[in-house]
Design a protein around this ligand. Structure first.
Ligand code: UDP
Length: 320
C-alpha cells in the first residue's frame, strides 16, 4: 500500500511512518516542518518526503491521486501555539482538512482523520464516549479554537462520507506520549522529563489534581494501523487512548522518582502560565470500549515506559 501521511515529520506521524515503512509499505510524507522536523524521518527505501503545506490545495490533490490511502495528521497543536495563533489554527485545521477530504473523496481514497480528545471540551460525563454531546467554552476564550476546528473537521468528514461515499475513519487521540515529543508547545511529559534531568523545578500547572490518561506512541501506532484496516471502522468516530487516569501531580512525582531527580515540584497558577482566564480541563479519560470492539486493541505500554523512553532519548538511564 502507498500511504500519504500529512504531518508525517511530526511526533506522531514519524512513528507511524517508521512502522509502515518497516512492514514494506510505501509512504509519502507531506509536512511544512512548522512543528515537525526532517530529522524525525530516517531515510529509507519506500519513503518520500515532500516539504509543503496542506493549505496548498494542488499539492494535496496531486499527492492524494498517487497514494492508496491518506492519514491526515497535519495540524496546529499544543496549547501554547493555539493561544498564540488562533487564526492560523482555525485556517490550517479547517482548510487543510477540507483539502485532504476533498481530494480523497474525488479520488476514492480511504482516509484516517486525526481528531482530539479536546473535542469533548468541558463535558463532565466521564469517561468520554464517542456518542456523547460535546461542550465548548465561550468564543472569547481562544483555547476553544482548536477544539472547534477539530470538531468542524469531524463534521466535514462525516458530511463527505454521507454525501460522497468517502471512506473516512475519525480517531480522537488522548494525550499520546513518547520519544520525539517536544515540550515547547505545552506538552507535559517531555517538559517534566527535561526538567527532571536538568535539575530544574518540575512545573505542575494549577493544583495538580487535574487528570489525563497517557497513551504510549508505540501503542498509538498499533491502534491507528488497525483502524486504518478494519472495515467496520469506516464512517466511525473512535477514541484512541489509555483508560488509566493519572493526576498531573502524580505524573510529576513519577518522573522525579524514575529519573532519580532532585528537582523540586513547584506549582504555577494556570493563569500565570498562559495569561488567560480559561480554566484547565479537570479530568480527561476515554471510554475505550468502541476501539476495543472494533480492533481488539488494548494499551500495553505504561506511562512509566513512556517516561523511560523519553529519558533514554536524552541520553539518560532511568533508575529502575
Ligand atoms: N502541564 C503541567 N506542566 C507543564 C505542562 C503541562 O502541569 O509543564 C499540565 C497542563 O496544565 C494539563 C496537563 O499537564 O493539565 C496536560 O497538558 P498538555 O499540554 O500536555 O496536554 P492537554 O492540556 O492538551 O491535555
Amino acid at each position: 500500500m502507498h500511504f500519504l501521511i500529512t504531518g508525517g515529520a511530526g511526533f506522531l506521524g514519524s512513528h507511524l511512518t517508521d512502522a509502515l515503512v518497516a512492514r514494506g509499505d510505501e509512504v509519502t510524507v507531506l509536512d511544512d516542518l512548522s512543528t515537525g522536523r526532517a530529522r524525525n524521518l530516517s531515510p529509507a527505501a519506500g519513503l518520500a518526503f515532500v516539504e509543503g503545506s496542506v493549505l496548498d490545495r494542488d499539492l494535496v490533490e496531486r499527492l492524494t491521486a498517487r497514494a492508496d490511502c491518506a492519514v491526515h495528521l497535519a495540524a496546529k497543536v499544543g496549547v501554547r501555539l493555539i493561544l498564540d495563533s488562533p487564526r492560523e489554527t482555525i485556517e490550517t485545521n479547517v482548510e487543510g482538512t477540507r483539502h485532504v477530504l476533498d481530494a480523497c473523496a474525488r479520488h476514492g481514497k480511504r482516509v484516517l482523520l486525526a481528531s482530539s480528545s479536546e473535542v469533548y471540551g468541558l463535558s463532565e460525563e466521564l469517561p468520554f464516549r464517542e456518542d456523547a454531546p460535546v461542550l465548548r467554552g465561550a468564543t472569547s476564550e481562544p483555547r476553544w479554537c482548536y477544539a472547534s476546528s477539530k470538531e468542524l473537521g469531524e463534521r466535514l468528514a462525516l458530511a463527505y462520507a454521507r454525501e460522497s461515499g468517502l471512506d473516512v475513519r475519525i480517531a480522537r487521540f488522548f494525550n499520546v506520549v513518547g520519544p520525539r515529543q517536544r515540550g515547547r508547545y505545552g506538552m507535559v511529559l517531555p517538559n517534566f522529563v527535561r526538567q527532571a534531568l536538568s535539575g530544574e523545578p518540575i512545573t505542575v500547572f494549577g493544583d495538580g489534581t487535574q487528570t489525563r490518561s497517557f497513551l504510549h506512541v508505540a501503542d498509538w501506532v498499533r491502534a491507528v494501523s488497525s483502524l486504518l484496516e478494519v472495515p467496520a471502522a469506516r464512517g466511525e468516530v473512535v477514541n484512541v487512548g489509555s483508560p488509566r487516569e493519572v493526576a498531573i501531580e502524580r505524573v510529576g512525582r513519577l518522573v522525579r522518582e524514575r529519573l532519580a531527580s532532585s528537582s523540586p515540584i513547584v506549582h504555577m497558577p494556570y493563569r500565570e502560565v498562559y495569561g488567560i482566564r480559561t480554566p484547565d480541563l479537570v479530568r480527561r479519560v476515554p471510554d475505550t470500549a468502541k476501539l476495543e470492539a472494533l480492533t481488539g486493541f488494548r494499551a500495553e505500554l505504561s506511562l512509566e515506559e513512556a517516561i523511560d523512553d523519553l529519558a533514554r532519548e536524552r541520553g539518560a538511564v532511568p533508575s529502575r
